[in-house]
Design a protein around this ligand. Structure first.
Ligand code: XMP
Ligand code: MG
Length: 178
């Protein structure tokens, strides 16, 4: 599996320090509040698990799974909810935790979908952001790193469901896509 990776972009230590700084911002912003932290399955699992262990405000953990019709590497605008939240978010402060914000199609739809449930607030936290590919007007409130237009895998991120278990984030060798 490691042999499919052309280069490592973020090591385990670098990912841990990105989690430290995002968690510090969230902890400062939400002092005395009670937050619902929404994990967007499956890509966010590693980031989410590392982030929530660094959060020191009262919180509830909840999960959502969505799919978008498209190829393995590009999302489309059509979103299908495969698993919805199990807790109510009415009147609560919500943070959506994503692995990567790309075109914005997914989160633009999900934010609007959750806003109809009358939460007190909704913010977006993403480990990676690729603003150069944005198609929808959506800006994350918390970002680990802004990256170039590269397809990355590992630490939850997949190519065709593979590589999620890599402990680091890397770039695939180009021949893997073909
Ligand atoms: P949109 O375009 O809706 O897409 O913002 C967000 C989702 O697209 C996937 N995505 C990636 N997955 N490496 C991946 O493994 C990438 O470089 C990448 N870029 C986008 C991902 O599922 C994300 O939640
Ligand atoms: Mg994905």
């Amino acid at each position: 599996m490691d042999q499919d990776i052309e280069r490592v972009l973020y090591s385990e230590q670098e990912l841990a320090s990105l989690c430290d700084s995002i968690a510090q911002s969230i902890n400062n912003d939400y002092i005395g509040r009670d937050v619902v932290l929404v994990c967007m399955l499956k890509g966010s699992i590693m980031f989410y698990a590392d982030l929530v262990r660094r959060i020191n405000v009262r919180c509830i953990l909840d999960f959502m799974a969505v799919s978008s019709y498209g190829s393995a590497a590009v999302s489309s605008g059509k979103i299908n909810i495969k698993k919805d939240l199990s807790e109510s978010i009415k009147g609560r402060d919500v943070i959506i935790v994503e692995d990567i914000l790309d075109t914005g199609n997914t989160l633009y739809y999900i934010k609007d979908y959750l806003e109809k449930r009358d939460p007190a607030s909704i913010r977006i936290c993403t480990l990676f952001d690729k603003p150069s590919r944005r198609k929808k007007p959506i800006t994350p409130d918390y970002t680990g790193e802004v990256i170039d237009d590269l397809f990355i895998v590992g630490y939850g991120l997949d190519y065709d469901e593979r590589y999620r278990n890599l402990p680091y984030v890397g770039v695939l060798r180009p021949e893997i896509y073909r």
